[in-house]
Write a protein that binds this ligand. Structure first.
Ligand SMILES: NC(=O)C1=CN([C@@H]2O[C@H](COP(=O)(O)OP(=O)(O)OC[C@H]3O[C@@H](n4cnc5c(N)ncnc54)[C@H](OP(=O)(O)O)[C@@H]3O)[C@@H](O)[C@H]2O)C=CC1
Ligand SMILES: O=C1O[C@H](COP(=O)(O)O)[C@@H](O)[C@H](O)[C@H]1O
Length: 486
């Protein structure tokens, strides 16, 4: 596996720890090798030490010497500029040596984890160097990190650039949310149980809310975030994928083509907004100084590498409609933001209220409609809000939660999302990766919103530690509804 962007944050925090865990579970072949590539000069040994230090820090010292010893023997580093053709000559030669020395059999996985602006160049250089094929009958696969382009046009160009050299079966567009156990569980809940599908439609569902809230700010990633914003960083990928899994039709099989085909149909059915609709159904915001978990935190404009007059959004809320037979007229209120009061990713499906309750009005004052909540993180689980009789004389009914906590229901520990996805990559299973038309479909939904916002400089603010600007509350309130508090 060649990692472009080897000295970067993702390699250190996610990719190497996931590979280390796979090694600890003996899921990596002995011959496996990682070659890190970036410009910073480093020896193989310095690269290994740096990765081990990061792992020790992350695991609080809990790194096995034996596992690390055998895993790290397969870690190598090559310093080079990924824009220069000579880097690929050197890389090709080095990989050839590894084939001889470690027996990697000409198989190649190229993981693009460098700055996204370099992705098209790296793909082209790989293709020009003839590295789009494995050596001597081996395979070649390419993994593209997010963000996949920065709008519809650039995503199309990137897809075309990759497809010029690689066939779709070789391409793995990664979105780590698809590797999360609880995101996959949306499919299990819907399609492994008989009771939910019959009511999973406009006849029974009043509306759906999807929240991807984070309590953290942009931290050290100010420069990246200035270019991206919440719409590109979270909504275009993670949030749209969760929406697809929530709204899609049952796939005929759990394989790459069947699952991705159904997801694309959802993206095609999402109603495109015109300018008026963007005004009514899209809200953005930016956090200002405030308090999170009892600590005072800076506003976005005060963060490192952020323009003090930046209008980049750190919060987005949208009201979307999936115009098909199943979901006609059902609003999907979705939101994503940084510096919210807590970290919480969840899908809440709110059902219509009972048409009539034979109890007194006084007795049902605390009764709310049924809501099925799938908690992706934290406190992974599912809960169903139902009405229940309050013990005692009389007949008072109140809403209570029936809860399933994964932590209590299963002894097995959930693997990290990257661990799952890297293993699927090695096995050649792209089911949990994204197809070209999905990336373009998601961008085409957001294109009018991006255009409208780029033309109007004003951005509403919200104090850090709150659930976004007031305008966001108005989104469901105009329809007589309200956001849940996760
Ligand atoms: N970090 C995260 O939490 C997440 C990141 N991602 C995605 O992963 C990707 C990487 O992100 P991240 O690790 O945070 O980014 P970083 O900025 O930390 O790392 C970028 C890497 O690219 C290398 N690089 C930059 N220019 C060149 C060049 N011309 N030639 C060779 N190497 C170069 C840098 O090394 P050097 O300067 O030494 O050359 C560095 O190793 C991005 O697409 C990001 O969106 C996705 C999900 C989460
Ligand atoms: O891709 C990204 O995701 C993280 C949130 O991921 P999670 O697994 O912690 O939910 C987000 O912080 C980051 O900005 C974004 O680039």
């Amino acid at each position: 596996m060649v990692i472009f962007g080897a000295s970067g944050d993702l390699t250190r925090r996610k990719l190497i720890p996931a590979l280390y865990d796979l090694a600890a579970q003996r899921r990596l072949p002995m011959e496996f090798a990682v070659v890190g590539l970036s410009r910073s000069p480093m020896s193989h040994e310095e690269f290994r030490d740096r990765l081990r230090d990061a792992l020790e820090e992350q695991r609080d010292g809990g790194v096995s010497d034996d596992v690390w010893e055998s895993f790290s023997k397969g870690i190598f580093y090559l310093a080079g500029d990924s824009r220069k053709p000579e880097t690929y000559e050197e890389l090709r030669g080095f990989l050839g040596e590894l084939d001889e020395e470690r027996g990697t059999q000409g198989n190649r996985m190229f993981y693009l984890s460098s700055s996204p602006s370099l992705f098209p160049t790296i793909v082209e250089r790989l293709g020009e160097a003839g590295m789009n094929q494995g050596e001597g009958g081996g395979y070649a696969r390419i993994v593209i990190e997010k963000p996949f382009g920065r709008d519809l046009m650039s995503a199309r160009e990137l897809n075309a650039g990759i497809q010029r050299y690689f066939e779709e079966r070789q391409i793995y567009r990664i979105d780590h949310y698809l590797g999360k156990e609880t995101v996959q569980n949306i499919l299990a809940l819907r399609f492994a149980n008989g009771i939910f599908e019959p009511i999973w439609n406009q006849h029974y569902v009043d509306h759906v809310q999807i929240t991807v809230a984070e309590d953290i700010g942009v931290g050290t990633r100010g420069a990246f975030y200035e270019e991206a914003g919440a719409l590109r960083d979270i909504v275009q990928n993670h949030l749209m994928q969760v929406l697809c899994l929530t709204a899609m039709e049952p796939p005929v099989a759990f394989d790459a083509e069947s699952v991705r085909e159904e997801k694309v149909k959802v993206l095609r059915a999402v109603r495109r907004m015109d300018d008026g609709e963007v005004e009514r159904s899209a809200v953005r915001g930016q956090y200002e100084r405030g308090w999170v978990w009892g600590e005072e935190v800076p506003g976005y404009r005060e963060e490192e590498d952020v323009d003090p007059s930046s209008t980049t959004e750190t919060f987005v809320a949208l009201r979307l409609f999936v115009d098909n037979w199943r979901w006609a007229g059902v609003p999907f209120y979705v939101r994503a933001g940084k510096r919210m009061p807590k970290k919480a990713t969840e899908i809440a499906v709110q059902f219509h209220a009972a048409p009539h309750t034979p109890f007194s009005r006084n007795g049902t004052e605390g009764l709310e409609p049924n809501v099925l909540v799938i908690r992706v993180q934290p406190d992974e689980g599912v809960s169903l809000k139902i009405g229940a009789k309050v013990p005692g004389s009389g007949f008072e009914v109140r809403s209570v939660n029936m809860d399933l906590l994964y932590g209590s229901a299963f002894l097995e520990e959930a693997p990290d999302a990257y661990q799952r996805l890297l293993l699927d990559l090695m096995l050649g299973d792209p089911t949990l990766f994204i197809r070209a038309d999905e990336t373009e479909g998601a961008w085409s939904i957001l294109e009018p919103v991006m255009k409208h916002w780029s033309e109007s400089g004003e951005i509403p603010f919200y104090p850090a530690g709150t659930w976004g600007p007031e305008e966001a509350d108005e989104l469901p309130e105009r329809d007589g509804r309200g956001w849940r508090r996760p």
